[in-house]
Design a protein around this ligand. Sequence first.
Ligand SMILES: NC(=O)c1ccc[n+]([C@@H]2O[C@H](COP(=O)([O-])OP(=O)(O)OC[C@H]3O[C@@H](n4cnc5c(N)ncnc54)[C@H](O)[C@@H]3O)[C@@H](O)[C@H]2O)c1
Length: 343
Amino acid sequence: LERLRIETDFHSSEIIIGESWRSFGKYIPRGEAVIVTDDNILKIYGKDFNGLKVLSVAPGENSKRLEVIADLANRLLKLGTDRHGFILGIGGGVVCDIAGFLASVYMRGISFGFVSTSLLSQVDASVGGKNGVNLETVKNIIGTFRQPEFVICDPEMLKTLPEDEYRSGLAELIKHGLICDEGLLTDIERNIEAILQRDTRVLQGLIVRSVKIKAGVVAGDEKEKGRRMILNFGHTFGHAIESKAGLKHGYAIAAGMIIASEISVTLGLLSTNDRKIISDLLNSFNLLSEYKISTEQIRDFIMNDKKKTGDAVNFILLEKLGCAIVKSVPIGKLMDLYMRIKV
Ligand SMILES: NC(=O)c1ccc[n+]([C@@H]2O[C@H](COP(=O)([O-])OP(=O)(O)OC[C@H]3O[C@@H](n4cnc5c(N)ncnc54)[C@H](O)[C@@H]3O)[C@@H](O)[C@H]2O)c1
């Protein structure tokens, strides 16, 4: 079991990795909480929810809507949850976003914690204090920054995760290595078989390392004004591919990381050898799949990116494995670079 503390300007929260999720009662103040989860998790794990009250949403991105938040808030009111109440989100990134957002607006904010059940949420979504929902087609456009009291990551829970979801999470794990920690990449390379087998001990080590990277980046820049942007490596093109070509998040981010790496090579930053190591690693987990998207679709998507400033985007490039930089690039130039690379 490993405990990591995340200190930000406003709060400190604890990530507990390798703890049995069934011990959540130890971490809840006064032992009282309302659980927010989704129907898949409820079905597999609900019998061990210790009789706590449960609000469950339909699984999937479509539940990240203001209507769902309003409905949950109504149900909290009916349960008599007041300002001293506590929300425990048990689920993947969708549940963490919903539970965190609900907790941060209900009665102007009540405390909350997570049991993070997917690989993506263990290495990424539940760390960092961003909580948000979508509007129609714009992702995470309504949200808050608010840290949970605690996050429990139990790698045993990953055993029940569907294969595609698991691999999708691996892309974010690899991303953390690429932007900050070449050693993490080496660890992943050495353990490909164990990772594919979902070996709990190996996963625990990798999750700890990955959370440390995200926590370190977030601690210095909670509101994403500078360094935190490196976490968006692969996301400018990745989000376009996810939205327009319909690839699952991790697969789209893997494609986006290849494009960003190729652009880094074109700009004379990254070596072709490092570029090959990246695609080999992503390939070992079958993360590079075919997709169809036109240059116009990509341009349209990037033009509407909520993260652009004026006509430019903060694009994340790699100087070498484990070392990312942020560069403001005019969208026109970025598209020229995209058309020059071969992917
Ligand atoms: N707030 C942030 O900082 C942040 C960061 C990254 C991603 N996100 C968000 O996270 C979401 C994606 O998260 P996700 O990939 O975890 O998706 P998800 O929460 O939809 O989970 C994926 C699927 O796996 C199921 N599942 C989860 N854990 C399981 C388990 N242990 N066993 C069996 N089934 C399980 C879920 O029910 C769901 O059907 C996106 O909405 C994304 O925007 C947020």
